[in-house]
Design a protein around this ligand. Structure first.
Ligand code: ADP
Ligand code: ZN
Length: 596
């Protein structure tokens, strides 16, 4: 089935073990990172076992595409959710009763209706797959109350194996899934957390629009991606601006009319090279496998959020880039937001700790992936080689003297001002505010002229991130000294800081992932066009025809016959039959043209 239906030569990770276990009628709990290949773990058993495989998923926006993708593989699939009109739903139910469906996707609220349960009682069932199983966790951010009722499956269908799947791996969620879904007897399959194909990069923010433009133009001219911003206003501005720069960018945030949101999301899925500029409202439910980059123009408030958002890149296993631009202003903004939220003190303390962990990730000079994985309780023994710190090791410098100047400036001006005013004093600026407060008279006035504004910004940012300075959540970003400052001010401790990379240097990480060479571009574009035409003809997104990985293999192997074609990963029997000729024609044309 793996070869003939799905076109893959071998299983990944523990797929084979999971499939064997479910085929044998065992319950399973599967924790695997995004893009790890969870779907096959229930799709193959559903086909192999008698009866229909029932997949429960909260992501109703995706069901149609998922089902269409299966139909393209020749699998008899269907779905039931609130988006279907009564007639289509009736037809699907009928097909189910007649045993004409091998895989059916059902929204949880639909499944627990007595009517649906009665329908299922009439048909033999191969298995229940509970996708996004972390939605059952009450304290998680994706909690769905309908998921709590899924326990009924265990009671009503004790014979049918259940497989619960999620990418959220922390222990608490896992325990909650097991107890709420009565999966005590399930075999557990827990894969590592790593997403090796995602390249993590974190740079200081310095003219972010231009940084974004530079990044897109030099690395992702033609790719689909997501750009996250904190505010709706910034989302709209950024999307508009990208359009004026020749990119196909669309905004997405909760304040847009539902129809606009839906249409922008559909265009992102269906068309190629669309950039979505979004607040975090854009996320769950985006299963597009070929997202090539995720850029954060504002810092996420925790490592959890960062990992989840960047995790939307590269689900197809192909290289993807995660770029975060951050600066002191992000810390100030997030601290203010937290202070003014209505959670209790305990909640706020928690949030603060999460933010500090995120800041730690931003400032470290060693491998980012090691820190990320350690945060989730996973270990990576060696540096990854695919993050900015591994690719262009960060410089540090002994900043003790400058730090003393900075701290003493904060102290002498009364701990009531933000970083830019401190920098003005240190650099001896004669502006209005400096004069108004008589700060020319301070002993720290003008003592820091040897460093640039950017150097000082970097110093203040790191002092906050490292906990030597505190940002007052008063709304002005005033800086205050903290306890650990004492040692430095007293001259008992020296301090090393990271030297922020100049943009040119940060750029040196580019091209590490070998992409399409110039000589291959014409064929690549022709293959993409062929894929897009077929996708439009079939009314599906291009990746449903072939993933990028398959297209790249076509490009490198240039098959000329069916036999060569079927050996390519992602081409099974049905796709060979449906699309083989079209792609062979494209390749032949190029090959033979080359010979003439
Ligand atoms: P998840 O649900 O875990 O995020 P998917 O099931 O969507 O991941 O799989 C991610 C990608 O990997 C898909 O494009 C899928 O076709 C591909 N894939 C899954 N299993 C294999 C395999 N054994 N060989 C090659 N590609 C695979
Ligand atoms: Zn690394």
């Amino acid at each position: 089935m793996l070869q003939h239906v799905f076109g893959y030569p071998e299983f990944r990770g523990s797929q084979a073990d999971i499939i064997n276990s479910v085929c044998a009628g065992q319950d399973a709990l599967v924790i695997m990172p995004t893009g790890g290949g969870k779907s096959l773990c229930y799709q193959i058993p559903a086909l192999a076992r008698a009866g229909v495989g029932v997949v429960i998923s909260p992501l109703i926006a995706l069901m149609e595409d998922q089902v269409n993708a299966l139909k393209e593989l020749g699998v008899r699939a269907g779905y039931l959710n609130s988006t279907l009109d009564a007639n289509t739903a009736w037809q699907t139910e009928n097909a189910l009763r007649e045993g004409e469906i091998d895989l059916i996707y059902i929204a949880p609220e639909r499944l627990i209706q007595p009517r649906t349960l009665a329908l299922l009682q009439q048909s033999p069932i191969a298995l229940f797959a509970i996708d996004e199983a972390h939605c059952v966790a009450q304290w998680g951010h994706d909690f769905r109350s309908d998921y709590l009722k899924l326990n009924i499956l265990h009671e009503a269908f004790p014979q049918v194996p259940r497989i619960a799947l999620t990418a959220t791996a922390d222990e608490r969620t896992r325990a909650e899934i097991i107890s709420r879904l009565s999966l005590e007897n399930a075999q557990q399959f827990i894969a590592g957390f790593d997403r090796p194909n995602i390249q993590y990069r974190i740079n200081q923010k310095n003219k972010p629009k231009l940084q974004l433009l530079d990044f897109l133009q030099s690395e992702h001219k033609d790719s689909a991606g997501v750009v996250y911003c904190l505010s709706r206003k910034k989302v709209e501005e950024t999307a508009e601006w990208l359009c004026t720069q020749g990119f196909h960018a669309l905004p997405y945030h909760a304040g847009l009319p539902a129809a606009t949101r839906a249409s922008n999301q559909t265009r992102f899925l269906r068309e190629e090279s669309v950039i979505i500029v979004a607040t975090i409202a854009f996320g769950m439910g985006i299963d597009k496998p070929d997202v090539r980059f995720v850029v954060h123009l504002d810092m996420p408030k925790s490592i959890e959020a960062y990992y989840q958002e960047t995790g939307r890149g590269g689900r197809d296993g192909e290289p993807a880039t995660a770029l975060l631009l951050y600066g002191l202003e992000d810390i100030v903004k997030l601290r203010q937001m937290m202070a003014s939220s209505d959670g209790n003190d305990n909640f706020k303390r928690n949030e603060q700790q999460r933010l500090n962990a995120m800041l730690g990730l931003c400032e470290i000079t060693s491998c980012r992936r090691q820190v990320l994985l350690r945060y989730f309780g996973d270990t990576l023994v060696n540096p990854c080689g695919n993050c900015d710190n591994c690719l262009t090791p960060a410089d540090t410098w002994n900043a003790t003297e400058a730090v003393r100047m900075a701290l003493s400036c904060v102290y002498r001006s009364g701990q009531r001002f933000g970083a830019s005013h401190m920098i003005d004093i240190l650099r001896g600026s004669e502006n209005e505010k400096v004069r108004q407060f008589g700060h020319q008279a301070l002993s720290t006035y003008g003592i820091g002229k040897h460093l640039t504004i950017n150097d000082w910004r970097s110093i203040f940012r790191q002092l906050v991130a490292l906990g030597y300075l505190d940002v007052d959540p008063d709304g002005y970003g005033s800086l205050r000294l903290t306890e650990p400052c004492r040692e430095i001010l007293r001259g008992e401790k020296s301090i090393e800081l990271r030297r922020d990379k100049a943009p040119e240097k940060a750029r040196a990480t580019r091209k590490v992932m070998a992409d399409i060479g110039d000589e291959d571009l014409p064929l690549w574009n022709a293959l993409r066009k062929c894929r897009k035409d077929l996708a439009d003809e079939h009314g599906v997104p291009p990746y449903v025809i072939f993933h990028d990985a398959t297209l790249k293999e076509l490009l490198s192997k240039k098959p000329l016959t069916d036999v060569e074609l079927i050996s390519i990963s992602g081409i099974g029997d049905r796709k060979l039959e449906a699309y083989g000729e079209a792609f062979l024609d494209v390749i032949r044309e190029f090959e033979y043209r080359g010979e003439m």
